[in-house]
Structures are given as C-alpha cells and as structure tokens.
Write a protein that binds this ligand. Structure first.
Ligand SMILES: Cc1cc2nc3c(=O)[nH]c(=O)nc-3n(C[C@H](O)[C@H](O)[C@H](O)COP(=O)(O)O)c2cc1C
Length: 105
C-alpha cells in the first residue's frame, strides 16, 4: 500500500491561508501518518500483518510509472501487508506509562 500526498492541495491551502503557510506541509505529513496508522490497525483487525517502509526517493519513479501517479503526488510511505508469518517481537523499550504524561487528573 502506497501513501501519497498531493502537493497541489498543500500549496493551494498555503495560498489560501497565508498565516499558516509554513504549517501545511507539516500537517500534510501528519494527515498521512494518521491514515497510515488507521490502515495498519484496520489491517490488524482483519488478521493481516503489515509494516512501514520509507524507500523513497529510491522507488518514487518506478512506482509513479507503474501506477500512473500524477507528478504532483509525493510518495510518503510504503506499507507492505500480507499473511502474518511470525508474531511481533517482544518490546524492550520504556513502557508507554513512563513515556506519556497525562496532565490534569
Ligand atoms: C513511523 C514508522 C516508520 C517506520 N519506517 C520504517 C522504515 O523506513 N524501514 C523499516 O525497515 N522499518 C520501518 N518501521 C518499522 C517497521 O514498520 C516495523 O516492522 C514495525 O514498526 C513493527 O515493529 P514494531 O512492532 O517493533 O514497531 C517504521 C515504523 C514506524 C512506526
């Protein structure tokens, strides 16, 4: 699964809302990340495994040719998916409860 952002849309929003012009490329990436996360978790509910890769720009040209991608679309990420052949590895990093602060409780 390939994730693209249309630069024309981002640039149009930058022109329309000058005050936030420098923020739109950042928000475009955040938008893509939310879609990646949604698709990844949705695939998991279907018992399909996935991972996330960033081979761009190496694969940009081949992917654009193969799928007739418009010039204005920028490849953000690639998500290979398929059968789960092995369970996810054990996590060794700091627990979320120690990395995330919940304020005001
Ligand atoms: C935001 C994000 C970007 C990632 N980018 C890559 C990447 O470019 N190449 C890669 O081999 N793995 C990348 N990964 C890791 C793999 O997708 C990994 O298989 C996946 O995160 C599952 O392992 P985990 O449960 O330990 O996170 C990325 C993961 C995340 C969350």
């Amino acid at each position: 699964m390939l994730f693209y952002e249309d630069k024309n849309v981002t640039e149009s929003l930058q022109e329309q809302f000058a005050l936030y012009a420098d923020r739109f490329p950042v928000w475009a990436q955040q938008t893509s990340a939310m879609h990646q996360y949604a698709m990844w978790t949705e695939l998991r509910t279907l018992n399909v495994g996935a991972n996330l890769q960033h081979y761009n720009p190496l694969v940009d040209e081949d992917a654009a040719k193969a799928y007739a991608i418009p010039d204005s679309w920028e490849l953000v990420a690639q998500m290979p998916f398929g059968n789960i052949v092995a369970p996810a590895g054990e996590k060794t990093y700091q627990p979320v409860s120690e990395r995330m602060k919940v304020l005001g409780l």
